[in-house]
Design a binder for this molecule. Structure first.
Ligand code: NAP
Length: 320
């Protein structure tokens, strides 16, 4: 076995996967990226990215993703624009399936990310990127001097609400109950903040506005009141869901489905590495995802280098 036919399959299409692809293909590994039907990850849903280093004027999310992909292709990465549907990690040569098609690699990097959960209102979907966002760090800056709402009652919602007070003149925190999941300290901070108004027992029935957000129509369960709150932006912070269904039974996960790692990038299966939001629910930034893609590719490369020294019968063994 020589360097050329050491294969790595990367599952995912966001900054973690694409950075892993750049590093793996530059290391002369035979690199296949199963990038998904919606290649590009969550950055395809944002508009301008202003906090990715190296772009002083900002860059559009899809453009950044396109640049990363072309960079990976330049070094020989091959792309499959379809979703991985199944994996088989039982042997040393791992299999990743796209329906009946199988892609094999001595190493696999899982970078399938997490998806923001949405309220699933048609008006919310229509106004996404036009005042409706799921990322305060990405989009908060655009709401300088404006009034906004944050939806949710967990740490993410309260953290986003507090962060957004730096820009907005008023933050209305809308939560469907009067008890919060968020830590006590975050609840105290939000309750004391002069720019935050907490609206409990309330759901958003509709996001109002034709081409941009102009308000929300809300309903209070306890009082039965329905009213309109005029505002310019809605941040939905009701949690994320890691895209790990196909790894059930193969990879260790926590109770919320995030993959668990050891030594930074390793999973419980030798040769399967992890990168980005699929395990990192804390930072969730394009730049941290890219950094972890780099780490997982370097670790996969070291793993494959060690494999390359082993006899062929061990490499092809089905049970190991
Ligand atoms: P979370 O704790 O699961 O909270 C989600 C919130 O959204 C809950 O209040 C929930 O309401 C609400 N919600 C869910 N579906 C909804 C719907 N359809 N409509 C309206 N509201 C809905 O999620 P998270 O806040 O993203 O936190 C995830 C994990 O990351 C947690 O373990 C959290 O502690 C951690 N985290 C930590 C930090 C930090 O330490 N700095 C920051 C962020 C997140 P109910 O309460 O009624 O279910």
């Amino acid at each position: 076995m020589n360097e050329q036919n050491l294969r790595v399959v990367i599952i995912g299409g966001g900054p973690a996967a694409l950075t892993a692809a750049i590093y793996a293909s530059r290391a002369n590994l035979d690199t296949t990226v199963i990038a998904g039907y919606q290649s590009g990850g969550q950055l395809m849903l944002t508009s301008e990215v202003e906090n990715f280093p190296g772009f002083p004027e900002g860059i559009m999310g899809p453009e950044l993703m396109d640049g990363m992909r072309r960079q990976a292709e330049r070094f020989g990465s091959k792309f499959v624009d379809a979703d991985a549907t199944r994996v088989d990690f039982s042997a040393r040569v791992k299999k990743v399936f796209v329906e009946d098609e199988v892609y094999e690699g001595e190493a696999v990097i899982v970078a399938t990310g997490a998806s923001a959960m949405w309220l699933n209102l048609p008006s919310e979907e229509r106004l996404r990127g036009r005042g409706v966002s799921s990322c305060a760090t990405c989009d908060g800056f655009f709401f300088r001097g404006k009034e906004i709402a944050v939806v949710g009652g967990g740490d993410s919602a309260l953290e986003e609400a507090l962060f957004l007070t730096k820009f907005a003149t008023k933050v209305t925190l809308i939560h469907r109950r009067d008890k919060f999941r968020a830590s006590k300290i975050m609840q105290d901070r939000a309750a004391k903040h002069p720019k935050i108004e907490i609206v409990p027992d309330t759901v958003i029935e509709e996001v109002l506005g034709e081409n941009k957000v102009e308000g929300v129509r809300v309903h209070n369960f306890k009082t039965g009141e329905t009213r309109v709150i005029p505002l310019d932006g809605v941040f939905v912070a009701i949690g994320h869901r890691p895209n790990t269904d196909i790894f059930n039974g193969w990879l260790d996960m926590n109770e919320k489905g995030y993959l668990t790692v050891q030594n930074e990038t390793e999973t419980n299966v030798k040769g399967v590495f992890v990168a980005g939001d699929v395990y990192d629910y804390r930072y969730r930034q394009a730049v941290t995802a890219a950094a972890s893609g780099c780490k997982s590719a370097l670790d996969a490369e070291h793993y494959l280098e060690a494999l390359a020294g082993e006899p062929a019968e061990i490499l092809t063994a089905q049970n190991w």
